[in-house]
Structure formats: C-alpha cells, structure tokens
Write a protein that binds this ligand. Structure first.
Ligand code: PA5
Length: 484
C-alpha cells in the first residue's frame, strides 16, 4: 500500500501495515485523537498556538515553522528576506573564496543536508567555474575539537598562500556564524579561535555574517557584536526551534552561498504542507506516518526508528532527522505534567553501507525497530557497471546494470528480507534528488513529529532536557578558568 502525491513523492507502507503489523483497527482506535491532532495543526498554522507549549523561559511561545514555506509580506520568509538572501548569494559568488559555516545542532544539521545534496563530497576540489563561481565551504562549530579546528585553520592558511602565489591577491573568507542564542560554547569558541587566527594573517581578508535572534531590545551576544562591528545579520526567528530552521535564514543563508534553489526547496515544502492539510489520514503523508509509527511503537513495541536513506549524500538527512525525532518527542512529562518518559529512539543508518554492519541487528535482533528507507527513483548521471573482466563470471553477471538500479535492488532485497522475519519497514520515494523533493521530504518529517506530539500528548517543540548538562557545564567552565 502506498500514498502517492501528484509530484511523485511516495510513502510506501506495505511492510508496516496489515496482518501481523500495524492494523486498520490500530489506526481506527486513534480516530478521535487523529481528528483532534488535525484540528490542532490547523490552529498551529493559523495562529502559531500549540497547547501547553512554553519557551525555555517558561513563557507561552508560538510555533511558526509551518509558516516558513509561504513567502509572503509579513511572514518570517518574506519578499524582503528573499531579496536579502539573493544579495548574499550574489556577494558570495562575486567576492568570496571560502565560507566557513559555524553552528551546532539546529544551526548545523540542516545546513549540512543542503550542502551534501547540492554540492556533494568534492565541491571544494572543483574549479571556480565548476562551482558556478560560488565559494568553497567548510563547517566548524559542530564540536569543540582542537584537532579539527586547527586543521581547518592550517588548511585556510595553505589556501591563502596559494592564492597569493597564483592569483597575487588575498584569500577572502566569510565566517557565517549561526547561533540563535548567540552564545553557544561550541559555536562561539570555534568562531573566536578561527576569527583570531585569520585576523593575524596578512594574506587573508575576513568578513563575518551573523545569523541570530533578531530581537533588538534583548540582543544576543552575537547580535550585539554584529551591531557594534557592522556585520550583516540574518534572523533565527522566535517560534522556530533549531530543528526546524532549515526552512529559515539558518539553512537558507548557506543555501544562498552555494547557489542552491531556495524557491524550489520552499515550494516542495509548501506543496507538502498542502498535502498535509488533508483530514483523511490515508491521504495525509505526515498524519499517516505519525499514526503508523506511533501505533508501531505503542501497540507493537517498535520503539526504535532506523532512518536509512540509500545514497551517500543522504546520510546527513538521517543525522538531521535524529535531532528532529529525539528533541521533539523524547520527553519525560506529557502536556498535563504526568511522567511518561515518551519518545521513539532514532538511529542513523545509510544504505548500502550499513547493510554490512547494522542489518544483522535489524534482521535478527530485538523486535523493537521500524526501518525507514528513503529511495531516489531516478539518479541523475547514473553509471552503468561495465563488463571489464568478462572472464570473471560473477562480475560479468552484474555488468550492464546501472548503479542506481543495483542500489535499489539492494534496498528492495533488504526490505523483503526484513519483512520475511516480521521486521517492520517502510519507504519514502523521491522521484529525483533535487531541491523540490528534498523540501517535500524534510517538511513532511517536521510535520509528522508535530502530529506525533499531539498523539502522544507531549510538547514536540521544547527541549528542557538539554538544559540539564548546561546547568552543570557553566560553573565547571568558570571553575576551570579560575584555575580551581
Ligand atoms: O534545536 C536546538 O535548539 C539546538 O540543537 C540548537 O540549535 C543548538 O543547541 C544550537 O543553539 P544556538 O543556535 O542557540 O547556538
């Protein structure tokens, strides 16, 4: 069984639904809750209201991610904000050699997805012409690792020396510093180390673009610095939690710097949002996904979701999804204050790679998983496996087949094997790997956790658990500085 949208996006849930799996009765038992959840999503779209959602400071807060696909006057993504992004794109193309995107969590994971899908692994090795004039891109701030930060600085110094000798000019570096709170240790420590090192190099010109909370009354540290130093700034708006920021300036600034098709991406998200307005659970991809996964967990003990896209450059989609699911649904208390310790556990996997490692556990281990595949129906520039060694029968047998087709045979075989042993699995199919279909997929997943928050009665938009270690870490760092 499957749900297919006009765009070709397909949710195939044959191996998750039916006898011995999630049943029609399971879904029927949620009929009233699904109706309520659907109504709650409409209210969220119209007003930003989500029952019992409070900000980090305990104040009522709107939830506005569902507004992001709609570029309109007065919206978070507006014609003016698109123009600002287009200016950044032009500037990056004309004036910048290297962008370093600094951020962590929600200020990193989506950007990595956009980079991987659009640029691939060898972007920085391409010529300027092959990159369409857009800059090289490096990521930092996603850890506090002296080795990798030192390596990045060393690499930029080497690049600067090359520019001096070959192009007789300075290397132009743009530090894209992304932090909603404007003071995250991981991001800001890397920023300061890199900024300081680059400032000391006579052959590197550095500029900074800050992406942070735009509030002018209560400025974040980063906003204050940007104001004082005249850096260009973009917004991480209130009401958009880190794990949803790929659709706002956080993701879109990086997208602009590499020439990713922002409008197509938002159009994909918008068309998916329209599909997710359908009140019939069988026609609404996000509601159906949420209902099936919720039932698989609550009624069949499948508490773990293995996100397993097929294709190297989709691994970061899986990593992005881990944060989305973990932070949205892993909650100790429900909306009524009752202790529930809810939350399906997400796992990163990628096919075919992890078929040679994790699949043993998926196939025979604890019966607690749903394996969620993502498949690309048609790969651009697919490669045919040639018959290079006709004397080797086993190799000759696979010749003439495209790598894309072989990849799908591997995925299908994995799905069949899992199903043959009562292992739940499902598949999202994107007709092609492009900005539009990526927008559809990511938005559907975001809307799906919003639905599951309603079904499980937990606040899908807060993350109180991540404050616990921060309360311990702050004083420890101060003690370290004081030499205690
Ligand atoms: O989802 C979240 O809120 C987190 O992952 C944050 O994005 C992450 O901690 C980075 O925070 P900030 O953008 O404030 O630096």
């Amino acid at each position: 069984m499957s749900l297919q949208l006009k765009s070709g996006f397909t949710f195939d849930y044959d191996n998750l639904f039916g006898e011995g799996k999630v049943t029609a009765e399971d879904i029927q038992s949620y009929a009233a809750d699904l109706k309520k959840a659907h109504a709650a999503m409409n209210v969220m779209r119209e007003s930003g209201f989500i029952k019992a959602h409070l900000s980090k400071d305990g104040a009522p807060e709107k939830v506005l991610f569902s507004q992001l696909p709609y570029v309109e006057e007065g919206h978070l993504n507006s014609p003016a904000s698109m123009k600002h992004l287009a200016q950044l794109s032009e500037h990056a193309k004309k004036d910048i050699d290297v962008v370093v995107s600094l951020g962590i969590g929600g200020s990193f994971l989506g950007n990595k997805v956009l980079f991987d899908v659009h640029c691939g692994a060898f972007w920085n090795e391409l010529s300027d012409e092959e990159r369409g004039g857009f800059p090289r891109v490096y990521f930092s701030g996603n850890n506090i690792d002296p080795r990798s930060t030192g390596d990045l600085i060393h690499h930029l110094e080497n690049l600067a020396a090359l520019y001096k000798s070959h192009k007789q000019r300075n290397l132009k570096v743009l530090l894209l510093v992304i932090s909603k709170s404007g003071g995250t240790l991981d991001t800001m420590s890397n920023f300061m180390v890199i900024y300081d090192a680059l400032q000391k190099k006579a052959n590197i010109d550095t500029e900074v673009v800050a992406v942070t909370d735009p509030n002018m009354e209560k400025k974040t540290l980063l906003k204050q610095l940007a104001t004082d130093k005249g850096w260009d700034t973009f917004s991480v708006p209130d009401g958009v939690g880190g794990r949803f920021t790929i659709f706002c300036d956080v993701g879109l600034t990086l997208a602009a710097c590499v020439g990713f098709d922002i409008q197509a991406f938002l159009n994909g998200a918008k068309d998916m949002d329209e599909a997710c307005k359908n009140e019939d659970v069988w026609q609404n991809p996000a509601m159906l996904n949420a209902a099936l996964k919720f039932a698989a967990s609550e009624k069949h003990g499948r508490h773990i979701e293995v996100m397993m896209p097929y294709g190297d450059y989709l691994k970061s989609v899986s990593e992005w999804y881990i944060q989305l699911l973990a932070e949205s649904l892993g909650k100790q208390f429900d909306k009524d204050g009752k202790e529930v310790c809810y939350g399906r556990t997400p796992l990163v996997a990628v096919g075919t790679t992890d078929m040679h490692s994790q699949t043993q556990q998926h196939q025979e281990g604890t019966l607690d998983k749903v394996v969620q595949f993502v498949k690309i129906a048609k790969w651009q520039n697919d490669l045919v496996i040639p018959n290079v060694f006709p004397e080797a029968q086993k190799l000759a047998d696979i010749s003439g087949v495209t790598m894309g087709d072989a990849l799908e045979v591997a995925r299908q075989s994995n799905a069949d094997a899992l199903s043959s042993n009562h292992r739940f699995n499902a598949c999202f199919t994107l007709p092609e790997l492009n900005a539009y279909h990526l927008g559809e997929l990511l938005y559907m997943l975001a809307m799906s956790v919003a639905y599951e928050g309603e079904l499980s009665n937990v606040d899908a938009f807060n993350q109180p658990g991540v404050e616990a270690y921060k309360r311990i870490m702050g004083p420890k760092l101060q003690a370290l500085k004081a030499g205690k």
